[in-house]
Design a protein around this ligand. Structure first.
Ligand code: AMP
Length: 447
C-alpha cells in the first residue's frame, strides 16, 4: 500500500486516483531513502515503475516547504524527447492536487516559446540535456537553487554522447541538493565516473540483473538468408502471431523507411519512427499507437527509447541490436507490468556472433524457432576445425525443431568448456557492446 510511505496526503490522493494499489519493487526500495533526502543510484529496468519511485519523493519534498515560485527547484534529465514528454505527463498526474507546476524543455520545440516558459519559472523542469544546455548558455536558465536533480536513463544518456552536457548541467546545481540517478543497466566506466562525480555517498539499489529481465517475455531467434527473407518473416509474424501491438526495430533509418514502405504496400496500418522524423510526426506516431489506431510501429532505437505503450506485446528485431543493453532496452517494451510478450530476433549470417554474444551477456539462451514455410538455407554458423572440415551448426538443447532437421553427422555439442567464464565482457563490453567499435551511436541524438 502506498500509505506505508510518509507521503503528503495530496500525493496519496493522486496515487489513488491513478489506481496504483501496490507499490512496485523499485518503489518499495527507493521511496523511503529518497524521502530521507539520500542520494540514490538505482538500477531498474524500463517499465518497473521507476518514474513514480523518484517523482513522488521529489514532489513530497517540494510540497513540504511551499515557496513562491521564483526558482527552479527540481530538474529531471532524460535522453529523449518522448521520454521527457512521458515523464512530464507522469509528474503532472502526480502533482494534480498540488500547487506544483512543471515545464518541458526538449529539442524540436520553439526556443523562444521555451524561454518564455522559463521566465515563468516552473517548480519542476523536465528536459533533454542538449536543449537545456542551449537555454543555459543563452542565459535563460538558472539552476543554482535546484533541490532535487534526477538523471533518468543515465546509461542511455551516456550512450547518446550526453556525458559532458549532463556533467555541466549537474555542475550548475550549485546549492545543496539531492541527486537520484536511474539506469536500466549497471553500465560501465562512463557511468561509474558519472556516479562518482554527481552523487554523494549514494545508496545503490539494484533491482534487477539483466538476466532476470522480462520474465514474462519469450525470446526467440529465427535465422534468415538475407534482408528480403527477413521481410518475409516479418510479414509472416505479423499475420500469424497474436498480438495487440507490435514494434519492429531496425538499426538504421534507411532500413526503417524501407520496411515501413513494404508494410504499407501490403495494407498494414503502420507508423515509422526515427531521428529524422520531425516532432509532429513522432508525436502523432506515438499517440496513434497508444490509442490503438495503429498496431505496428517500425522504429530505430533512439526514436523508440523509453516508449511506454500499453499492450505492446510483440517486438521483432529486424536487425540485431549492437549491444546487450540495447537488446534489454528494446525487449523492455514488452511484458510490462507483469504482462506477457514475445521478442523475435531475425538472424542472418552477419548477426550470429552478435546474437550469441548477447546471449552470453544476458546469460540466457534464446529459443530457436523455424517457420516451416519460410525456412531458408542459413541455419547458423558452420564451425571450421583446424583441419578445415566443417563440423556443423551450433546447437542448443532447446532447439528441438531445428535439431531434428539437422543431419545427425553434423550435429555437435555446444562447446562451453574452453570458453572463458567471463567471455561476455570480452565479446560484449561492459554495456554489452558488440565487437564492433561503437564510439558513436548510428543515429545521432534525437535532439
Ligand atoms: P515506468 O517504469 O515508470 O515507466 O512505469 C511503467 C508503467 O507502470 C507506467 O504506465 C506507470 O504508470 C505504471 N505503474 C507504475 N507504478 C505502478 C504501480 N504501483 N501500480 C500500477 N501501475 C504502475
Amino acid at each position: 500500500m502506498f500509505s506505508q510511505f510518509a507521503l503528503h496526503e495530496r500525493l496519496l490522493k493522486a496515487v489513488a486516483e491513478l489506481k496504483f494499489v501496490e507499490p512496485t519493487p523499485v518503489q518499495t526500495a527507493a521511496i523511503p531513502p529518497a524521502l530521507e533526502g539520500r542520494d540514490l543510484r538505482v538500477t531498474a529496468q524500463t517499465g518497473s515503475g521507476k518514474t513514480a519511485a523518484f517523482v513522488l519523493p521529489m514532489l513530497n519534498r517540494l510540497m513540504g516547504d511551499a515557496k513562491p515560485r521564483v526558482v527552479i527547484r527540481a530538474v529531471i534529465l532524460l535522453p529523449t524527447r518522448e521520454l521527457a514528454q512521458q515523464t512530464l505527463k507522469e509528474v503532472e498526474r502526480f502533482s494534480q492536487f498540488t500547487f506544483i507546476k512543471s515545464g518541458l524543455i526538449t529539442g524540436g520545440e520553439d526556443f523562444k516559446v521555451q524561454a518564455a516558459m522559463l521566465r515563468k519559472v516552473p517548480d519542476v523542469l523536465i528536459g533533454t540535456p542538449g536543449r537545456l544546455l542551449e537555454q543555459l548558455n543563452a542565459g535563460n536558465l538558472d539552476l543554482k537553487n535546484v533541490e532535487v536533480l534526477v538523471l533518468d536513463e543515465a546509461d542511455r544518456m551516456l550512450d547518446m554522447g550526453f556525458a559532458e552536457d549532463v556533467q555541466r548541467l549537474a555542475g550548475e546545481c550549485k546549492g545543496a541538493h539531492q541527486t537520484m540517478l536511474f539506469s536500466a543497466t549497471s553500465g560501465g566506466a562512463g557511468l561509474r565516473e558519472m556516479v562518482a562525480s554527481v552523487l554523494r555517498e549514494p545508496q545503490h539499489l539494484q533491482l534487477n540483473s539483466v538476466s532476470q529481465l522480462n520474465e514474462g517475455t519469450r525470446q526467440q531467434i529465427i535465422t534468415a538468408d538475407h534482408n528480403q527473407h527477413k521481410e518475409q518473416l516479418v510479414h509472416w509474424l505479423l499475420a500469424n502471431e497474436t498480438y495487440q501491438k507490435a514494434i519492429i526495430f531496425t538499426n538504421t533509418r534507411v532500413q526503417a523507411d524501407r520496411l515501413y514502405g513494404r508494410l504499407v504496400a501490403t495494407d498494414h496500418k503502420v507508423f515509422v519512427l526515427h531521428g529524422e522524423k520531425d516532432q509532429k510526426d513522432r508525436k502523432l506516431a506515438i499517440d496513434r499507437l497508444k490509442q490503438g489506431g495503429v498496431k505496428i510501429l517500425v522504429a530505430t532505437d533512439v526514436a523508440a527509447r523509453g516508449l511506454d505503450v500499453d499492450g505492446l506485446d510483440l517486438v521483432i528485431n529486424f536487425d540485431m541490436p549492437r549491444s546487450g543493453d540495447e537488446y534489454v532496452h528494446r525487449i523492455g517494451r514488452t511484458g510490462r507490468a507483469g504482462g506477457e510478450g514475445l521478442a523475435v530476433s531475425l538472424i542472418c549470417h552477419g548477426d550470429w556472433n552478435l546474437m550469441s554474444s548477447i546471449e552470453r551477456y544476458l546469460k540466457q539462451s534464446f529459443e530457436r524457432r523455424t517457420i516451416k514455410e519460410l525456412k531458408g538455407t542459413y541455419q547458423g554458423p558452420k564451425k571450421v576445425k583446424a583441419s578445415g572440415k566443417a563440423v556443423g551448426v551450433k546447437k542448443k538443447k532447446t532447439d528441438k525443431k531445428t535439431e531434428k532437421k539437422a543431419p545427425a553427422k553434423t550435429a555437435t555439442k555446444r562447446k562451453t568448456a574452453n570458453r572463458p567464464k567471463s567471455d561476455a565482457p570480452a565479446l560484449v563490453s561492459r554495456d554489452g557492446l558488440a565487437p564492433l567499435k561503437r564510439k558513436k551511436p548510428t543515429e545521432p541524438a534525437a535532439e
